[in-house]
Write a protein that binds this ligand. Sequence first.
Ligand code: ATP
Length: 133
Amino acid sequence: MSTLRLEIVTPERKVYEEDVDMVVVKGVAGELGILPNHIPLATPLKIAPIKAKKGGKDEYVAVHGGFMEVRKDKVVILAEAAELGNDIDLIRARQAKERAERRLADKAANVDHKRAELALQRALSRISAAGGE
Ligand code: ATP
């Protein structure tokens, strides 16, 4: 069976580089499953975990501020930040979630709700990628 090379890169480092069977992402227009020989495609991604299927196993990577390019048998994801499920600090992500929820509930004029909403999405994506529900 042919494979796809999946690369996930942030400004700091290469987070992931593996040959996989399938990549499932949440693009801004909806969920996409990418198999080998997919047509060329470029799309911004939602703040959500990416799933890589590899030899019957699923691996999750939390990707934040991501853009995906599919070219031949290569999927490249560029992101502001990304973490492998196993590298995620679940306690930190849960604290970030609570902080963001407190800020969203706060009606004070100096609270930046858009920023809190994005922080909440990052925290929820990390918790999900780490298997913490
Ligand atoms: P926090 O409020 O906990 O800092 P954040 O969403 O504001 O979360 P980011 O600005 O997205 O954090 O990320 C800053 C850096 O910290 C990035 O390199 C990111 O990969 C890393 N990071 C953030 N949260 C976690 C986490 N829970 N586990 C592992 N790495 C994390």
